[in-house]
Design a protein around this ligand. Structure first.
Ligand code: NAD
Ligand code: UFG
Length: 346
């Protein structure tokens, strides 16, 4: 199967691309490099041992989409391309809706014209808003707390309308929890621009000495240690979830919705401890000394919720998929990526 991957050079897209090639799929890549770097391409070709078909461009460029669908035989689309900074989305709502919602509509319209009706969409646990209880199941009510999250929710609703109107589509919504970690080779990982918004890239930047201390956003949540709890999932487990979804769902028409998480939550302090351990373990061969990653408690961050973790049972049952890698492995792989690439892909 030939799979068009939008946002293919981004964090999750690049890891999924590697897993896709290993599973024998043929990828066709599209990205405009608004949040990724061109230099990842030779690395991806070395890792996958193949010459990759890559289109540089924007999902807002309808002519380019037409060209891709005319030039290539595409069997399914995995749609990662989006802007993803929750805070920024509150400052630039129109840019977010334009890029994420209008871009997705362009893609679906071209797909329909070319009779390509298998679609996997990168959704997010953010569509559950502040859940009434955890673990979160797929039927829980949806809500949105930011233009970014509202965009995901709007696209989910558009896809629901589409399947009602045209039942021959196979549409899969994968709701990611908190993807972290890196490819075990140390060659691929998360490469945020500027100061990271997310917890684990911030932690590795502190550990490597680029930032002074981790800011822990709130220790007065109703959780055992007072800090926020999330379901962190290794990015390669997440990547493998896409392969399972392609294999199982693509042959079945209808709307398929899955949580991709581990089913376990960790607090911010537990994550900092896991990363301190990973750093010490990696360094012990060199220095023998141990050190903790420094942090300070700050006020809560606006829009954050106390806890969020998945019930991944449906994905286990239907897709025969479950996350295999634990928090220690996520921390070790993230640290290997950080130390081997102190400036990311540059
Ligand atoms: P990322 O920013 O690393 O990757 C997105 C890629 O899409 C980037 O390479 C960017 O250059 C590209 N892109 C953005 N807009 C584009 C456009 N208009 N045309 C072409 N390319 C475009 O982000 P990621 O972490 O890999 O996230 C991938 C998807 O998963 C996104 O849809 C995101 O919303 C979703 N998601 C991410 C997380 C997370 O924590 N990383 C959690 C839940 C859902
Ligand atoms: N946190 C800190 N300090 C930081 C950054 C984060 O204490 O510097 C805390 C947050 O308060 C939260 C936890 O660490 O309790 C995780 O925060 P992240 O920013 O890493 O991730 P979020 O859970 O806020 O959001 C992520 C993605 C969203 C996605 C959501 C659900 O960034 O795009 O997971 O999938 F919607």
């Amino acid at each position: 199967m030939n799979i068009l991957i939008t946002g293919a050079t981004g964090y999750i897209g690049s890891h999924t691309l590697i897993a896709l090639c290993e599973a024998g799929f043929t990828p066709i890549l599209l990205d405009n490099f608004c949040n990724s770097k061109r230099v990842i391409l030779p690395r991806l070709e070395a890792q996958t041992k193949q010459s990759l078909k890559f289109y540089e461009g924007d999902i807002l460029d309808v002519q380019l989409l037409k060209r891709i669908f005319t030039e290539q035989k595409i069997d399914a689309v995995i749609h990662f391309a989006a802007l993803k900074a929750v805070g920024e989305s509150t400052q630039k709502p129109l840019e977010y809706y334009q890029n994420n919602v209008a871009g997705c509509l362009n893609l679906l319209t071209i797909m329909k014209t070319h009779h390509v009706k298998r679609f996997i969409f990168s959704s997010s646990a953010t569509v559950y808003g502040d859940p009434a209880s955890v673990p979160i199941q797929e039927h829980f009510p949806r809500a949105s707390t930011s233009p970014y999250g509202r965009g995901k929710l709007i696209i989910e609703e558009i896809l629901e309308d589409l399947i009602k109107a045209e039942s021959d589509w196979s549409i899969t919504l994968l709701r990611y929890f908190n993807p972290i970690g890196a490819h075990e080779s140390g060659q691929f990982g998360e490469d945020p621009q500027g100061i990271p918004n997310n917890l684990t890239p911030y932690i590795t930047q502190v550990a490597i000495g680029n930032l002074e201390k981790v800011q822990v956003f709130g220790n007065d949540y109703p959780t055992p240690d007072g800090t926020g709890i999330r379901d962190y999932i290794h990015v390669m487990d997440l990547a493998e979830g896409h392969i399972a979804a392609l294999k199982i769902c693509a042959s079945k028409a209808g709307l398929h919705i899955y949580n991709l998480g581990t089913g376990r939550g960790y607090s911010v302090l537990e994550v900092i401890t896991a990363f301190s351990n990973a750093v010490n373990q990696a360094d012990s061969t060199k220095s023998g000394s141990t050190k903790a990653i420094p942090y300070e408690i700050k006020p809560r961050r606006a829009g954050d919720i106390a806890e969020c973790w998945a019930d991944p049972t449906r994905a286990q049952k239907d897709l025969n998929w479950s996350a295999q890698r634990n928090l220690n492995q996520m921390a070790q792989d993230a640290w290997r990526w950080q130390t081997q690439n102190p400036k990311g892909y540059e």
